[in-house]
Write a protein that binds this ligand. Structure first.
Ligand SMILES: NC(=O)c1ccc[n+]([C@@H]2O[C@H](COP(=O)([O-])OP(=O)(O)OC[C@H]3O[C@@H](n4cnc5c(N)ncnc54)[C@H](OP(=O)(O)O)[C@@H]3O)[C@@H](O)[C@H]2O)c1
Length: 233
Protein backbone atom coordinates (compact mmCIF):
# COMPACT_ATOMS: atom_id res chain seq x y z
CA UNK A 1 0.00 0.00 0.00
CA UNK A 2 1.01 3.62 -0.52
CA UNK A 3 0.50 5.52 2.73
CA UNK A 4 0.82 9.24 3.41
CA UNK A 5 1.31 10.41 6.99
CA UNK A 6 1.76 14.06 7.98
CA UNK A 7 3.41 15.06 11.23
CA UNK A 8 5.50 11.92 10.88
CA UNK A 9 8.65 13.09 12.65
CA UNK A 10 7.44 12.93 16.26
CA UNK A 11 4.67 11.84 18.59
CA UNK A 12 1.56 10.15 17.20
CA UNK A 13 2.64 10.48 13.55
CA UNK A 14 6.03 8.86 14.18
CA UNK A 15 4.39 5.96 16.01
CA UNK A 16 1.91 5.57 13.11
CA UNK A 17 4.88 5.30 10.73
CA UNK A 18 6.25 2.46 12.91
CA UNK A 19 2.90 0.66 12.91
CA UNK A 20 2.50 0.79 9.11
CA UNK A 21 6.17 0.02 8.38
CA UNK A 22 5.86 -3.69 7.58
CA UNK A 23 8.57 -3.79 4.93
CA UNK A 24 5.99 -3.80 2.12
CA UNK A 25 4.06 -0.55 2.54
CA UNK A 26 5.59 2.55 0.99
CA UNK A 27 5.22 5.40 3.48
CA UNK A 28 5.42 9.07 2.50
CA UNK A 29 6.34 10.73 5.78
CA UNK A 30 5.75 14.50 5.92
CA UNK A 31 7.23 16.94 8.44
CA UNK A 32 9.49 19.97 8.45
CA UNK A 33 12.34 18.09 10.10
CA UNK A 34 12.71 14.68 8.46
CA UNK A 35 16.25 13.88 9.67
CA UNK A 36 15.13 10.88 11.76
CA UNK A 37 13.18 9.46 8.81
CA UNK A 38 16.02 9.41 6.31
CA UNK A 39 17.82 6.30 5.11
CA UNK A 40 15.04 3.87 5.97
CA UNK A 41 13.74 1.31 3.46
CA UNK A 42 10.17 1.95 2.29
CA UNK A 43 9.98 5.39 3.95
CA UNK A 44 10.05 8.42 1.71
CA UNK A 45 10.76 11.50 3.84
CA UNK A 46 9.00 14.62 2.58
CA UNK A 47 10.28 17.85 4.06
CA UNK A 48 7.39 20.28 3.79
CA UNK A 49 6.16 23.19 5.89
CA UNK A 50 2.40 22.76 6.00
CA UNK A 51 2.01 26.45 6.90
CA UNK A 52 3.21 27.21 3.37
CA UNK A 53 -0.09 26.46 1.65
CA UNK A 54 1.08 27.18 -1.91
CA UNK A 55 4.03 24.76 -1.58
CA UNK A 56 1.68 22.11 -0.19
CA UNK A 57 -0.70 22.52 -3.15
CA UNK A 58 2.13 22.35 -5.67
CA UNK A 59 3.86 19.37 -4.08
CA UNK A 60 0.77 17.17 -4.02
CA UNK A 61 -0.53 18.34 -7.40
CA UNK A 62 2.74 17.23 -8.98
CA UNK A 63 3.15 14.01 -7.00
CA UNK A 64 2.13 11.09 -9.20
CA UNK A 65 1.18 8.58 -6.50
CA UNK A 66 -2.11 6.78 -5.90
CA UNK A 67 -2.47 6.63 -2.11
CA UNK A 68 -4.38 3.88 -0.32
CA UNK A 69 -4.32 5.56 3.08
CA UNK A 70 -3.83 9.26 3.86
CA UNK A 71 -3.44 10.30 7.48
CA UNK A 72 -3.68 14.05 8.11
CA UNK A 73 -2.09 14.06 11.54
CA UNK A 74 0.17 17.14 11.74
CA UNK A 75 -1.02 20.00 13.89
CA UNK A 76 0.25 22.70 16.22
CA UNK A 77 -1.11 23.94 19.51
CA UNK A 78 -0.03 27.32 20.86
CA UNK A 79 0.77 27.46 24.58
CA UNK A 80 -2.51 27.86 26.50
CA UNK A 81 -2.98 31.54 27.25
CA UNK A 82 -5.73 33.72 28.70
CA UNK A 83 -4.91 36.56 26.25
CA UNK A 84 -6.46 37.32 22.86
CA UNK A 85 -4.51 35.40 20.19
CA UNK A 86 -2.55 37.61 17.75
CA UNK A 87 -3.87 37.22 14.19
CA UNK A 88 -0.59 35.79 12.83
CA UNK A 89 -0.61 32.95 15.39
CA UNK A 90 -4.29 32.29 14.77
CA UNK A 91 -3.75 32.10 10.99
CA UNK A 92 -0.75 29.80 11.34
CA UNK A 93 -2.77 27.42 13.51
CA UNK A 94 -5.56 27.34 10.94
CA UNK A 95 -3.11 26.95 8.04
CA UNK A 96 -1.33 23.95 9.59
CA UNK A 97 -4.27 22.29 11.36
CA UNK A 98 -6.97 22.84 8.77
CA UNK A 99 -6.28 24.57 5.43
CA UNK A 100 -3.16 22.53 4.62
CA UNK A 101 -5.35 19.41 4.69
CA UNK A 102 -7.56 20.66 1.87
CA UNK A 103 -4.50 21.97 0.02
CA UNK A 104 -3.00 18.47 0.23
CA UNK A 105 -6.19 16.56 -0.58
CA UNK A 106 -6.84 18.74 -3.63
CA UNK A 107 -3.93 17.01 -5.35
CA UNK A 108 -4.34 13.61 -3.66
CA UNK A 109 -8.05 12.74 -3.87
CA UNK A 110 -8.30 12.97 -7.66
CA UNK A 111 -5.65 10.21 -7.93
CA UNK A 112 -7.31 7.91 -5.37
CA UNK A 113 -9.84 5.31 -6.50
CA UNK A 114 -10.47 3.56 -3.21
CA UNK A 115 -8.93 3.87 0.20
CA UNK A 116 -9.08 5.79 3.45
CA UNK A 117 -8.57 9.37 4.51
CA UNK A 118 -7.94 9.69 8.22
CA UNK A 119 -8.31 13.05 9.94
CA UNK A 120 -6.88 13.52 13.42
CA UNK A 121 -9.15 15.95 15.23
CA UNK A 122 -9.33 16.21 19.03
CA UNK A 123 -11.76 16.08 21.95
CA UNK A 124 -10.76 19.77 22.28
CA UNK A 125 -12.94 20.36 19.21
CA UNK A 126 -16.01 19.70 21.36
CA UNK A 127 -15.35 22.52 23.84
CA UNK A 128 -14.38 26.10 22.95
CA UNK A 129 -11.86 26.59 25.74
CA UNK A 130 -10.94 30.30 25.98
CA UNK A 131 -7.26 29.51 26.58
CA UNK A 132 -6.88 27.52 23.35
CA UNK A 133 -9.21 29.35 20.97
CA UNK A 134 -7.37 28.74 17.66
CA UNK A 135 -6.67 25.07 18.35
CA UNK A 136 -10.26 24.24 19.40
CA UNK A 137 -11.70 26.25 16.50
CA UNK A 138 -9.39 24.62 13.92
CA UNK A 139 -10.33 21.15 15.15
CA UNK A 140 -14.05 22.02 15.23
CA UNK A 141 -13.72 23.14 11.59
CA UNK A 142 -12.09 19.79 10.86
CA UNK A 143 -15.10 17.91 12.29
CA UNK A 144 -17.42 19.70 9.90
CA UNK A 145 -14.98 19.11 7.03
CA UNK A 146 -14.88 15.39 7.90
CA UNK A 147 -18.65 15.09 7.70
CA UNK A 148 -18.78 16.83 4.31
CA UNK A 149 -15.82 14.91 2.92
CA UNK A 150 -17.16 11.55 4.14
CA UNK A 151 -20.40 12.01 2.27
CA UNK A 152 -18.75 13.58 -0.76
CA UNK A 153 -16.33 10.66 -1.27
CA UNK A 154 -18.60 7.76 -0.22
CA UNK A 155 -18.65 4.87 -0.86
CA UNK A 156 -15.21 4.25 -2.42
CA UNK A 157 -13.11 6.42 -0.15
CA UNK A 158 -13.75 6.06 3.57
CA UNK A 159 -13.24 9.16 5.71
CA UNK A 160 -12.36 8.47 9.33
CA UNK A 161 -12.40 11.32 11.85
CA UNK A 162 -10.59 10.57 15.12
CA UNK A 163 -10.96 12.67 18.28
CA UNK A 164 -8.30 11.71 20.82
CA UNK A 165 -8.11 12.99 24.38
CA UNK A 166 -4.75 13.81 25.99
CA UNK A 167 -1.84 11.62 24.80
CA UNK A 168 1.72 11.99 26.08
CA UNK A 169 3.75 13.65 23.29
CA UNK A 170 5.75 16.87 22.83
CA UNK A 171 2.40 18.64 22.35
CA UNK A 172 1.15 17.77 25.82
CA UNK A 173 4.58 17.80 27.54
CA UNK A 174 4.51 21.60 27.36
CA UNK A 175 1.14 21.84 29.15
CA UNK A 176 1.44 22.93 32.78
CA UNK A 177 -2.14 22.10 33.77
CA UNK A 178 -3.79 18.87 34.89
CA UNK A 179 -4.72 16.68 31.91
CA UNK A 180 -7.49 14.25 32.81
CA UNK A 181 -7.24 10.68 31.48
CA UNK A 182 -3.76 11.33 29.97
CA UNK A 183 -2.78 8.26 27.92
CA UNK A 184 0.65 6.96 26.97
CA UNK A 185 1.62 7.10 23.30
CA UNK A 186 1.28 3.36 22.69
CA UNK A 187 -2.26 3.12 24.12
CA UNK A 188 -3.32 6.23 22.20
CA UNK A 189 -1.99 4.93 18.89
CA UNK A 190 -3.54 1.49 19.57
CA UNK A 191 -6.95 3.24 19.63
CA UNK A 192 -6.15 5.21 16.48
CA UNK A 193 -5.11 2.01 14.65
CA UNK A 194 -8.32 0.31 15.82
CA UNK A 195 -10.42 3.17 14.38
CA UNK A 196 -8.53 3.02 11.06
CA UNK A 197 -8.72 -0.77 10.76
CA UNK A 198 -12.43 -0.90 11.59
CA UNK A 199 -13.36 2.03 9.30
CA UNK A 200 -15.01 4.06 12.08
CA UNK A 201 -16.69 7.14 10.64
CA UNK A 202 -15.94 9.03 13.84
CA UNK A 203 -14.04 7.73 16.85
CA UNK A 204 -13.58 9.66 20.10
CA UNK A 205 -11.54 8.33 23.03
CA UNK A 206 -11.05 7.76 25.90
CA UNK A 207 -14.76 7.11 26.25
CA UNK A 208 -15.10 8.30 29.87
CA UNK A 209 -13.63 11.70 28.98
CA UNK A 210 -15.77 11.87 25.81
CA UNK A 211 -19.00 11.21 27.74
CA UNK A 212 -18.07 13.79 30.38
CA UNK A 213 -17.64 16.37 27.61
CA UNK A 214 -20.97 15.31 26.07
CA UNK A 215 -22.61 15.82 29.48
CA UNK A 216 -20.93 19.22 29.83
CA UNK A 217 -22.37 20.23 26.47
CA UNK A 218 -25.88 19.39 27.71
CA UNK A 219 -25.60 21.93 30.56
CA UNK A 220 -27.24 25.36 30.15
CA UNK A 221 -24.80 27.80 28.50
CA UNK A 222 -24.74 29.99 31.63
CA UNK A 223 -23.31 27.07 33.64
CA UNK A 224 -20.94 25.97 30.85
CA UNK A 225 -19.58 29.54 30.66
CA UNK A 226 -19.05 29.81 34.43
CA UNK A 227 -17.09 26.55 34.42
CA UNK A 228 -15.02 27.51 31.36
CA UNK A 229 -14.16 30.90 32.85
CA UNK A 230 -13.19 29.27 36.13
CA UNK A 231 -10.87 26.64 34.63
CA UNK A 232 -9.15 29.05 32.25
CA UNK A 233 -8.22 31.63 34.93
N1 LIG B 1 -1.12 14.68 22.02
C1 LIG B 1 -2.39 14.85 22.33
O1 LIG B 1 -2.78 14.85 23.50
C2 LIG B 1 -3.41 15.04 21.25
C3 LIG B 1 -4.76 15.04 21.63
C4 LIG B 1 -5.74 15.20 20.66
C5 LIG B 1 -5.37 15.35 19.34
N2 LIG B 1 -4.05 15.37 19.00
C6 LIG B 1 -3.71 15.55 17.61
O2 LIG B 1 -2.86 14.49 17.19
C7 LIG B 1 -2.02 14.97 16.14
C8 LIG B 1 -0.56 14.66 16.48
O3 LIG B 1 -0.26 15.32 17.69
P1 LIG B 1 1.07 15.01 18.52
O4 LIG B 1 0.70 15.09 19.94
O5 LIG B 1 1.76 13.83 17.99
O6 LIG B 1 1.91 16.34 18.18
P2 LIG B 1 3.50 16.61 18.23
O7 LIG B 1 4.18 15.61 19.07
O8 LIG B 1 3.64 18.04 18.57
O9 LIG B 1 3.93 16.35 16.71
C9 LIG B 1 3.44 17.20 15.71
C10 LIG B 1 3.92 16.72 14.36
O10 LIG B 1 3.43 17.66 13.37
C11 LIG B 1 4.54 18.15 12.61
N3 LIG B 1 4.33 19.56 12.25
C12 LIG B 1 4.07 20.59 13.09
N4 LIG B 1 4.02 21.74 12.40
C13 LIG B 1 4.26 21.43 11.10
C14 LIG B 1 4.38 22.17 9.90
N5 LIG B 1 4.26 23.51 9.89
N6 LIG B 1 4.64 21.52 8.76
C15 LIG B 1 4.81 20.18 8.74
N7 LIG B 1 4.72 19.41 9.84
C16 LIG B 1 4.46 20.03 11.00
C17 LIG B 1 5.75 17.99 13.53
O11 LIG B 1 6.93 17.84 12.76
P3 LIG B 1 8.04 19.00 12.55
O12 LIG B 1 8.09 19.82 13.81
O13 LIG B 1 9.28 18.25 12.22
O14 LIG B 1 7.53 19.78 11.39
C18 LIG B 1 5.43 16.69 14.24
O15 LIG B 1 5.83 15.60 13.45
C19 LIG B 1 -2.34 16.45 15.99
O16 LIG B 1 -3.31 16.62 14.98
C20 LIG B 1 -2.95 16.81 17.33
O17 LIG B 1 -3.78 17.95 17.25
C21 LIG B 1 -3.06 15.22 19.92
Amino acid sequence: MNILITGASRGIGRELVNRFDNGINKIYAVARNVEGLEGMDNIIPVSLDLADIQSVREYFKNLDVKFDIVIANAAISLPHSPSFTPFEDFKKTFDVNFLSIHAMLEGVVSKMEKGKIVLISSLASLVGAPSSMPYSASKRALNSYAQSLRNLLAPDIKVINILPGFIKTDMTDKNDFYMPFLMDLKSGVDRIMYAIESNKKEYAFPKRFYYLIKLFNLLPLSIQDKLLQKVSK
